[in-house]
Design a protein around this ligand. Structure first.
Ligand SMILES: [Zn+2]
Length: 217
């Protein structure tokens, strides 16, 4: 890891049991291993961790490091992940960090949640999680917060961007179709994965206009 990096963001969303975090078919990484690696990185001053798994344990940092950890549930409980929908905790985190910026709406119909101000703080994120715990979006999970050496002065997690986030694509057709450039803008909220972006968003818009088939690279 680069020595000039002082903030480490750790996010895990997946299976976890007594063997550790499941990272492959029969492959596990223990939290002890991760703790050791983090503690060895003496240039890391703050660890921001999101632990979305069953029986999430608390990360152990060294004496110089600070920790902000938000877990999907308490360490004795199981996290919930819905088939074909993924994890409600991770989805809510993504929503919190991007909704305002992306101009989107809450996954919960009629919910008018928002985080105001230029920063997302531990308090505002905790409040955001709590609202959605109460209205059922997190199912029965009770998110848990662990803080080490954190005060009001260093509790900012991220900028709360207030502008629209969109990807702009310039599509150039190979000869002999046309040399004209086609520009499309796609809102970040509409993109879930790269294949869907190509096949379901970009290609139909393009093919609908030009009535021809082309590979987008
Ligand atoms: Zn909401």
């Amino acid at each position: 890891m680069r020595p000039n990096v002082h903030t480490l963001v750790f996010l895990y969303s997946g299976h976890h049991d007594r063997n550790g975090f499941k990272v492959g078919m029969n492959e596990y990484v223990s939290l002890q291993h991760i703790n050791r690696k983090i503690q060895e990185c003496t240039h890391i001053k703050i660890v921001i961790a999101f632990m979305d798994c069953c029986q999430p344990e608390r990360i152990r940092v060294n004496e110089e490091q600070r920790l902000i950890q938000l877990s999907a549930t308490v360490s004795t409980d199981s996290a919930i992940s819905l088939r074909n929908e993924g994890s409600p905790f991770t989805k809510l985190l993504v929503q919190a960090f991007t909704m305002k910026a992306s101009g989107g709406t809450c996954a919960l119909p009629n919910c008018e949640c928002r985080i105001d101000g230029p920063f997302i703080t531990i308090d505002s994120l905790s409040h955001y999680l709590e609202i959605h715990r109460q209205n059922g979006l997190l199912r029965d999970m009770e998110p848990e917060k662990s803080l080490i050496k954190i005060t009001w002065q260093n509790e900012c997690l991220a900028y709360n961007y207030s502008y629209k986030v969109a990807f702009r694509f310039d599509i150039v057709l190979p000869q002999p179709f046309t040399s004209k450039r086609h520009r499309f803008e796609v809102l970040a909220t509409t993109v879930n994965d790269f294949d869907a972006l190509i096949q379901k968003i970009l290609f139909p818009r393009f093919a609908g206009r030009r009535r021809c088939t082309v590979d987008l690279i």
